[in-house]
Design a protein around this ligand. Sequence first.
Ligand code: GTP
Length: 467
Amino acid sequence: MVLDDLGTSLRGTLDTLRGKSRVTEEDVDKVVKEIQRSLIQADVDIALVQDLSSRIKERSLEEEPPGGTSARDHVLKIVYEEMVGLVGDSTDLPLEEQTIMLAGLQGSGKTTSAAKMAWWFSKKGLRPAVIQTDTFRPGAYDQAKQMADRAEVEYYGDPDADDPVQIAREGLEATSDADVHIVDTAGRHALEDDLIDEIEDIESVVDPDRNLLVLDAAIGQGAKDQAQQFDESIGIDGVVITKLDGTAKGGGALTAVDQTDSSIAFLGTGEEVADVERFEPDGFISRLLGMGDLRQLAERVERAMEETGQSEDDWDPEDMMSGSFTLKDMQKQMEAMNNMGPLDQVMDMIPGLGGGLMDQLPDDAMDVTEERMRDFDVVMDSMTDEEMEYPRAIGADQIERISRGSGKPEERVRELLQQHKMMEQTIKQFQGMGDGDMQRMMKKMQQGGGGGGGGMGGLGGGGQGPF
Ligand SMILES: Nc1nc2c(ncn2[C@@H]2O[C@H](COP(=O)(O)OP(=O)(O)OP(=O)(O)O)[C@@H](O)[C@H]2O)c(=O)[nH]1
């Protein structure tokens, strides 16, 4: 993820401010240096970095922290606000009828992003259609069709046609019952004149409400020229940054946003249709700084529940808080959790778990955890209903039988029981709390994760369950 190590290094530096009530110039210099180092490593334009640094420095030293705010929280709040300012607002995308055209170089992730965005709009209750106008790359038609099928959205393309403008025109007609049209265009190795001519022709037929530039996060400063040319030709309203799962960069995309005076619309975090996030500056920066992102977490939980066929009512945290927590509950949660995406991405969204705690784990710890979760699932399938309901009553003989039945070592069965016990205890701590207590607890978790001054923008909403 972009700027991955910023949260950790910054937290280390900010921790040196603990206990201080005022910041000195030297303190702020240290913080600013950390930020500069991370941003430059992530390919953010030097001029942008310098601007940001001087604003953080100036504000930290000149602004008077509100009474009772520690020096650490004062600086963190300013860093947070300035970073949110650096990434800018999210591209305005009303949930209504519209046509979006995608532009970008070959391999930037346009086709994948078209399907992901269509999937995203469909989850918001709209009826999207993807129109593939790429006649240049063999296989583009099939790839786009497969992705659209996976996203379960309407698709139009014509593998035999060679005029993209005609495909666009026919595609819009053929999908006239859809309300969101996403038009994918051909890419090239580099920006060639014929690509620009082609995209301008398609644009004049499609008459899109928004043009989004799709950029690979690893692009670096080359993004600047590309963004400028596309902007001059068709006008860019927003940027989709793809492949954020595979790089610690992403700064080039920020340059493109700056260059086109636009904003970020979506983030791509994997190859599957569901690996997409609507860009939300406050949540994104919170996560980056290790403060979690409850809004994204809540959205993933909601989707995961939909996929497992559970409704909010089946999984009401209040219910779980008042009753006993059985292995059946644990299995349900694990299933939902699996549907939420890679564990490390999910963990980053949990206040108090993002950044710091994760960084202390060895690199393969998450793989081990995912593997272990799969094993737990197999182990649970070998248990009787009664064992699932009353795991505390499981004795040595039963452990041996379950181990044999599941083909997993006894050690795994014990680990599962141990894990269940720990979760049950966590839930007990939550039990009996009123809403206000719950909020205080959430706030505390945020602060524990380096969040400092509570109430920072956008961290409302609620994660559910103890994971
Ligand atoms: N890991 C990861 N891979 C991605 C992401 N988005 C796209 N890809 C992969 O990047 C490769 C190129 O993506 P495409 O969607 O085909 O790119 P394109 O811009 O349509 O390419 P052209 O049609 O050739 O212009 C594919 O292998 C995708 O699976 C992402 O967010 N994460």
